[in-house]
Structures are given as structure tokens and as C-alpha cells.
Ligand binder design. Structure first.
Ligand code: G4P
Length: 335
């Protein structure tokens, strides 16, 4: 079943971003390098259209370097956009990000025109880790100055470099089915919104296409190419102690093991989607979405049933002033 996830607080976040945007020079969007397309936020792209953008592929230590290179090239080719891969806990690369922002807004800088940067990202993508790394000893946090809401943070990373961190999160409708599974597998979606066995099966189906050898090595499995996904999951459960009393495999437990191993990098650097794959899914998802919308519109255009017309006429008549003549007014009683 496709995953949907609406964590709430969307309205206030959208409002906070929209209010801050006019004075922002560069927008940093933090993405998960293992699923850059799925962890991007189309709503943010809509809100920040035309602003110079820095796409940060975080957790690159957990991703496949070849695919990270493809994604970086994909973003670099977009107008007004820079991209870089990062492991948010490492200080020096995090400082590269400041240089990249300066390159995106060369006319800003200096005390008179400080560079103002907004940082956004879906939950669990590593925003707090990156901010902590960037802040280090050097920056000051200023949460209560005029124009800064209580929950919004303004971090002064250099005397002419301000980083704004808006609270809450923006979450778009997931229109790419695969994205729901990739987000769940990576930890970007709340635990209650998905079923571990289902997500693990989708994850294995995806991972074995490029990295079957890693799964075989990790769980000491023989050639898995002829096995169905649930048979692979069952084998993982058997190998890793995911068994019920009586020796039956607990697929839920096996699913948890597989997902945790993926998240911790135990399968090596894995990326779940290439730019070409993601764009294809996106096009298909958008076409399905447009079709659903067209059906909804058509339903809303259906002619009003006669009984509703009659009811509306009766209601109008009941409200009409007494003096109003109506050809349909009932005859007064005859007695
Ligand atoms: P958020 O603010 O965007 O919600 O994310 P946060 O920084 O809390 O990071 C979410 C998890 O991702 C944390 O792990 C964090 O350590 C990890 N993380 C962040 N950046 C990187 C990175 O570049 N590489 C790797 N490998 N991990 C990263 P956690 O398990 O939830 O917490 P903890 O055990 O690290 O404390």
C-alpha cells in the first residue's frame, strides 16, 4: 500500500519560510545522498523559485559514490544551482558549504550586505547535525531579536554570513510511490506510518538490482538471483536470528534487521535511485496525479440532481418575503 505521511505544522512552517524569503540570498536544501530525489521537497522548490540554491547531498558516507557523482552533476546543470556532497559531522567539508553559498551570491558579503542563507530539509536528513558542526565554537545563536520568531534561529557563522533555520517541516504529498518506501527505509518517515515487512521487501527489491552481491556477502547467502524478495527476507531472518519460537521466521523482525542494516551502512554505500530513474518515476507519478485530479474535477462538474434543485427552490421560497408573489405558492385553505 503506498505510504502517505502528513506530520502537521505545515501551515506555520510554510508561513515562516514565505515571510523570511524576500530577504534570503541563497537557499540550502539538505538532501539524503542515498535518495536525493525522494528526499527533496517540491513544495520548497515552488516557494523558493528563482533563488540561488545549494543542494547538499548529506550522508554521502552512506551512499554510493558513483551515483552521488551523477546526482551532483544533475544539480550542477540546473540554473542558479550548486551542489556538494557532505558528511554533516565533519567540520572541514561543512565549511565548504559557506564558500559555495558565497559563490552563489557574489554581490553579497561584507558588513553592509551580509549574506543571508535559509537552510531547509526533511526530518532526519541531518540538519541539526550540520548546524551543530557549522556552529562549533564560533557562531552565536540569536533567537530573540526583532523580526526573528521565537522558534526561528538566526546563526551568525561569520560577521557577514547569517544562516536562518526555520522551525518545523514542510512535507509534500508523496506522489512518487517509490519515494514513500525510500523515505521510510532511510528513517525520514515516522515509524507509525509504515509496515516494516512491506518496506523491507521494497528495499530489498530495489537494492538487489544494483547490489545483490553485498546482500549475499553480508548475510552469507548463496546466489539470490532466482529467489523472490520474500524468500531473501526470510533467509536474512534465518541468518540473523529473526525466528519465532518453533523456528519459524519472523518476517517483521527480519524486516527490522534489514532496514537497520541499510540505515547503519552495514551493506556499504548504497544509493536507491539515480537521477534518470527518479525523473521517470516523477513523470509517471505526476501523470497519475493529474489523471486523479481530472477525475475529481469531472465528478465535481456533474449536473446537480433534480431533488437538490427542488430542495433549493423550497428553501428559497421559505426565506422569501411574504409579499413576494410566487406562481408556485400553495393555495390558501378554502374553508
Ligand atoms: P534532522 O535534524 O535533520 O532531523 O537530523 P539529525 O541531525 O538529527 O540527524 C539524524 C540522524 O542522521 C542522526 O543519527 C545523525 O547522527 C545522522 N547523520 C546526520 N548527518 C549524517 C551524515 O552525514 N552521515 C551519517 N552517517 N549520519 C548522519 P541518529 O542515529 O538519529 O542519532 P545519533 O545516534 O547519531 O545521535
Amino acid at each position: 500500500m503506498p505510504i502517505q505521511w502528513f506530520p502537521g505544522h505545515m501551515h506555520s512552517t510554510k508561513k515562516a519560510i514565505t515571510e523570511r524569503l524576500p530577504e534570503i540570498d541563497v537557499v540550502i536544501e539538505l538532501l539524503d545522498a542515498r535518495l536525493p530525489g525522494s528526499s527533496a521537497n517540491p513544495l520548497l522548490a515552488e516557494l523558493t523559485q528563482g533563488k540561488p540554491a545549494l543542494k547538499v547531498l548529506n550522508k554521502q558516507d552512506l551512499a554510493d559514490p558513483e551515483l552521488t557523482a551523477l546526482w551532483l552533476a544533475h544539480y550542477q546543470a540546473q540554473p542558479g544551482t550548486q551542489a556538494l556532497g557532505l558528511d554533516a559531522s565533519m567540520t572541514a567539508p561543512a565549511r565548504q558549504l559557506i564558500a559555495a553559498c558565497r559563490a552563489l551570491a557574489p554581490l553579497r558579503g561584507g558588513m553592509v550586505k551580509p549574506l543571508r542563507v535559509l537552510i531547509c530539509g526533511i526530518p532526519n536528513v541531518g540538519k541539526s547535525t550540520l548546524i551543530n558542526t557549522l556552529v562549533g565554537q564560533r557562531a552565536t545563536k540569536t533567537g530573540d531579536e526583532p523580526g526573528i520568531t521565537k522558534t526561528e534561529q538566526k546563526l551568525v557563522l561569520a560577521s557577514d554570513f547569517y544562516l536562518y533555520d526555520t522551525p518545523g517541516m514542510l512535507w509534500p504529498r508523496i506522489i512518487v510511490e517509490q519515494s514513500g518506501y525510500h523515505l521510510a527505509a532511510s528513517g525520514g518517515i515516522g515509524r507509525n506510518a509504515y509496515d516494516e515487512e512491506e518496506v523491507a521487501l521494497e528495499l530489498l527489491a530495489r537494492v538487489r538490482q544494483r547490489y545483490a552481491d553485498r546482500l549475499q556477502a553480508r548475510y552469507k547467502l548463496a546466489d539470490i538471483s532466482a529467489l523472490a524478495d520474500d524468500a531473501v527476507l526470510a533467509d536474512i531472518g534465518r541468518r540473523r536470528g529473526g525466528l519465532r519460537a518453533g523456528g519459524q521466521v519472523n518476517l517483521q523482525k527480519a524486516g527490522e534487521i534489514a532496514i537497520n542494516d541499510f540505515r547503519s551502512g552495514a551493506w556499504g554505500g548504497i544509493t536507491l535511485e539515480s537521477p534518470a530513474e527518479y525523473l521517470q518515476w516523477l513523470a509517471a507519478g505526476q501523470a497519475r496525479d493529474a489523471e486523479r485530479q481530472a477525475k475529481r474535477d469531472a465528478r465535481n462538474r456533474k449536473p446537480t440532481p433534480q431533488r437538490d434543485i427542488d430542495a433549493a427552490a423550497r428553501a428559497a421560497k421559505a426565506q422569501a418575503p411574504e409579499s413576494a408573489e410566487s406562481p408556485e405558492a400553495p393555495e390558501p385553505p378554502n374553508d
